[in-house]
Design a protein around this ligand. Structure first.
Ligand code: MLT
Length: 241
């Protein structure tokens, strides 16, 4: 298995996606929300790029079957049912529902990698299960941290580095890493005993604290709280099977 990671969320070269498993990562907070919502019984998640698209999409489904969630500038969106804190996506709100989610970086990242062979949503919540799934799929891997408004994001790259670390330690077959992958692994090893430190150093982590979402940093730093690996196929995120 060959593992690559792209540090900046610009549209990837299509050759890097074809026949590869892609793992999209947005620890703070979109892919954490996805894993959490699935673990709480959400049926599926439809990631959309804009707020307008979310409202239009909601009209297509029967009333009461849909939950609108997401953020802009980390803040809740007027008219939406939920924001983008994982703790809002609990069974009482999401069980048996379809979620329509729009976020600044995370939901857009899925559109950018949609030509990948299998597209998974990774976060610290499901990192062990994601590593296991990648090993089972046994294809070359392309990790896509969704970044911070087009820029590098510390927390997503640390999470990508943890995925690489787990796969290289668990894998029985030879694994080759690009220099970028090795760099992400080394970055993770710098923070492995204190993921929160990485969150606190990151631009987006600081923004969330300033906006009153400091508790989300603590919550999103939890490792392996769910075995669910959301998988994106034909525009919809479901639980992997
Ligand atoms: C995003 O997709 O940009 C994030 O999830 C933003 C956030 O939750 O604040």
């Amino acid at each position: 298995m060959h593992i690559d990671i792209q540090f900046v969320p610009s549209p990837p070269n299509p050759n890097l996606l074809s026949n590869r498993v892609v793992v999209v990562i947005d620890v703070l907070r979109a892919t954490s929300v996805m894993a959490h919502a699935m673990s709480q019984g959400a049926l599926e998640i439809i990631p959309v790029a804009t707020v307008e698209e979310a409202f239009q999409m909601a009209k297509v489904f029967p009333r009461g079957s849909i939950i609108l969630g997401g953020e802009r500038e980390s803040k809740n969106i007027p008219g939406f049912d939920l924001g983008n804190s994982p703790t809002e996506f609990v069974a009482e709100r999401v069980r048996g529902k379809k979620l329509i989610l729009t976020t600044t970086n995370g939901t857009k990242a899925f559109q950018l990698v949609s030509s990948g062979r299998e597209i998974l949503a990774g976060s610290f919540f499901n990192i062990g299960a994601t590593a296991q799934k990648c090993l089972e799929l046994n294809k070359d891997l392309f990790i896509f941290p969704s970044g911070d408004k087009g820029d590098f994001s510390l927390e997503d790259t640390v999470c990508g580095g943890m995925l690489i670390d787990l796969i290289t330690k668990k894998g029985e077959k030879p694994i080759s890493l690009t220099d970028a992958s090795r760099c992400a692994q080394i970055l993770y090893q710098r923070f492995e005993d204190n993921l929160l430190e990485a969150f606190h150093l990151s631009r987006h982590g600081k923004e969330l604290i300033n906006r009153g979402f400091g508790d989300d940093l603590v919550y999103c730093a939890q490792i392996d709280i769910t075995p669910f690996v959301p998988i994106f196929r034909e525009g919809v995120v479901k639980v992997s099977s």
